[in-house]
Design a binder for this molecule. Structure first.
Ligand code: ADP
Ligand code: MG
Length: 684
């Protein structure tokens, strides 16, 4: 069997298993071999029966002393068998698997693995896994460290273990080593083939560690190498934007507040970039409310005051309009003309905006993605700022370059990215962090409550509204389906209108036309609307300082980062603000997650904890960030490996950036294999 063969060729994979495996992205023999365990269970200890004690899980080998008995108590069918080894005797029982009565044979030896408990003074092992024991056959599932695989419906661990063992045994083609020999030697790695074998069925702790070390390195190395190639391409670009003057005091004067030290530090980094003679490609991460807009404005001013144009892209029309409102007002004081370009504008308005941009009359241009895609022609575009979205990838850059523009790029995001993930994901970007908030911010009081609190909650909202405050209510998400979300939002609004007859309640959802959305937002900005019911369309960036309470229904359905973003809509003024997370979920993990929201307002802490709680199943939210899914690397635990990887990859990159030397041919091929598949996901 060859590595490229279809998994249908593997002995114990029939059509059904094949299609289930396909669903998990496993198509070829190599995919199957690289379907790595997500965890291990140590079953290497075989316990004498006499040493089994209640409360723990044990693996043991024992002989069936008698025919099992079946007893029925109401709905409960109980199979009980007495087993023994040389040291003692114990009962094993199974619930509601009556057929087991005839599966187990008296006098034969079996492996058992299960939890011991004492019931009515009798020690027994409950619902153990079992398999026939044979002295001369090594078991895949017992008496060893066994792999635990990421599962899909309809495939058990036992089946996967068997299939992978079979594949290892029947594959005749060697797994090649794509890593250059000098790297393997330098770090003392074992071969990839050996590593793949041992990651599934390690023969010792030592082999397991060596296998994992090798495979984690491989995975991160390929990604890092690819990103270096991309970054290298970009970094080498010189640019001709001439900067004579970087005095930003005029813009600071009109802002009306003193920049924080964190904001100043980031601006210094930006200044150094634009004076370097190279194209800037920088990510600014700053928690919700850390004042990214002010940084963006000062950066924009640096280029505008040297005669260039700057484009600011927001993810939604609503946000673009909001930025336009505040920025055009500020920049007008400096004699800078600001232009808005978004969907929902009349053709004549669009045409005149484009004309102003083409002629260079407008220096600050604000809009959505259309700013770089459409027929927009710039006179002297020198900087593109994207707000609240981290997907300004190489593709967008290509679009601009195709039009003859290589502007500096500044990406601003509040989605906190764990440091390690940032290093990898934004290997092609430099990163600045605004690491503290402007002074005088109050903590937003956050409470997790269940739906029984609705009455009290409504009364509280009425009280705040009477004091002139406004409220956001994020309505329940039904499922990931915009249509249903819309219905939920509309129904919920009607309900709230009857709860608050004396208040102005308005509704905002994703299916509304741009103009309708704008009208609703205007009502809320102006203070006319007291309660804004919304789906998560308001998640990012909206700034209404008079809104002081945020209610999130079905809070358990949101990711913690999303909740943190939502909460960031309040606490923007001087008034005390509140965030109420409503959930009836009894799930322990859900409760824990909501508790994290109540205990901290630090976005980075929240995201790290969230990712830890989500665990290796949804691999550290990598998909959410557009990374190919990691098969084995753990972006928290493997920081030391990442350091090695970056060192090795940089060295190799300096020597042979495009991997054309013969000794790097395999590596080049492997990178192509992986990234052809994943380039789309990466948004590269
Ligand atoms: P975000 O980083 O979430 O985009 P914003 O840029 O919207 O945050 O800023 C949040 C609020 O903080 C705004 O009302 C802004 O005017 C204010 N702000 C920003 N920087 C400062 C500062 N240095 N001192 C005081 N207020 C500031
Ligand atoms: Mg913002």
């Amino acid at each position: 069997m060859l590595l490229t063969d279809d998994i249908g060729n593997i002995k114990n994979i029939g059509t059904e298993r094949r299609s289930r495996l396909n669903k998990m992205g496993v198509y070829t023999v190599l995919d199957m071999l690289e379907y790595f365990p997500r965890d291990y269970e140590d079953r290497s200890v075989v316990t004498p029966v006499a040493e089994i004690t209640p409360g723990s899980t044990f693996g043991f080998v024992a002989k069936l002393d008698d025919k099992p008995t079946l007893s029925v108590r109401g709905r409960l069918k109980l199979v009980r068998a007495r087993v023994s080894d040389g040291t003692g005797q114990i009962d094993v029982i199974w619930y509601n698997q009556p057929y087991l009565k005839n599966s187990l044979q008296t006098g034969k030896n079996y492996w058992f693995f299960g939890k011991a408990a004492e019931k009515f003074g009798v020690l027994q092992v409950e619902s153990p896994e079992w398999e026939p024991y044979s002295a001369d056959k090594v078991s895949l599932s017992n008496g060893r460290i066994i792999p635990v695989y990421p599962l899909t419906q309809g495939l058990t661990q036992k089946v996967l273990r068997g299939v992978i063992k079979q594949t290892l045994d029947d594959t005749t083609q060697e797994i090649t080593d794509h890593l250059p020999a000098d790297i393997i030697k330098k770090y003392g790695f074992i071969g990839r083939r050996e590593a793949v074998k041992s990651i599934h069925f390690p023969e010792s702790d030592e082999m397991f560690f060596k296998a994992r070390q090798r495979l984690v390195f491989d995975e991160l190395f390929l990604l890092q190498m690819r990103l270096l190639q991309l970054k290298g391409n970009i970094k080498k670009k010189h640019n001709a934007f001439e900067i004579k003057n970087t005095d930003i005091s005029p813009v600071l004067d009109v802002l009306g507040f003193e920049l924080t030290a964190a904001q100043k530090k980031v601006l210094d980094e930006i200044r150094a970039d634009i004076e370097s003679g190279f194209v800037m490609n920088r990510l600014i991460q700053g928690d919700v409310g850390s004042g990214k807009t002010a940084v963006a404005l000062a950066a924009a001013y640096m280029l505008i005051s040297n005669g260039y144009q700057v484009a600011l892209m927001a993810p939604t029309d609503v946000l673009a309009s909001q930025h336009y409102e505040s920025i055009s007002r500020l920049f007008a004081k400096l004699g800078i003309r600001t232009e808005l370009l978004k969907s929902g504008m009349k053709k004549s308005e669009k045409d005149s905006a484009c004309e102003n941009i083409r002629l260079g009359l407008s220096k600050m241009i604000i809009g959505t993605h259309a700013l770089i895609q459409d027929r927009v022609e710039y006179r002297s575009l020198a900087l593109v700022i994207t707000d609240e979205q981290h997907r300004f990838g190489v593709e967008q850059r290509r679009q601009l370059e195709a039009k003859g523009e290589t502007p500096h790029v500044l990406v601003m995001t509040a989605t906190p990215i764990p440091r390690t993930l940032g290093l990898i994901l934004y290997g092609d970007l430099d990163i600045s962090t605004i690491d503290h908030l402007p002074p005088g911010r109050q903590k937003i009081d956050t409470y997790a409550v269940n739906t029984q609190y609705h009455e009290r909650l409504y009364a509280f909202i009425k009280k705040l509204a009477a004091q002139g405050r406004q409220c956001y209510m994020i309505c329940p998400m039904i499922e990931e389906n915009e249509k249903n979300d819309m219905r939920a939002a509309v129904e919920y609004t009607d309900e709230l209108k009857s709860v608050f007859p004396e208040l102005e309640v308005a509704c905002l959802h994703g299916k509304m036309k741009a103009a309708e959305k704008q009208a609703v937002m205007d009502g809320f900005y102006s203070g006319k609307t007291d309660v804004l019911v919304a789906t998560t369309v308001i998640e990012v960036g909206v700034n209404v300082p008079n809104a002081t309470i945020m209610v999130v229904e079905n809070a358990e359905r949101f990711g913690l980062s999303a909740l943190h973003q939502l909460r960031g809509r309040v606490g923007r003024g001087s008034e005390k603000s509140y965030c109420i997370l409503v959930s009836d979920s009894k799930n322990k993990l859900s409760k824990e997650r909501l508790q994290i929201m109540c205990s901290t307002d630090n976005g980075f802490e929240i995201s790290e904890k969230d990712l830890q709680l989500r665990g290796p199943g949804d691999f550290f939210g990598t998909r959410q960030h557009g990374l190919p899914e990691m098969k084995i690397a753990n972006l928290y635990k493997d920081i030391p490996v990442l350091k090695q990887v970056q060192e090795a990859a940089t060295q190799l990159y300096l020597k042979d950036p495009m991997l054309i030397l013969p000794e790097n041919r395999m590596l080049k091929q492997k990178i192509l294999d992986i990234f052809d598949k994943n380039e789309k996901n990466l948004g590269l």
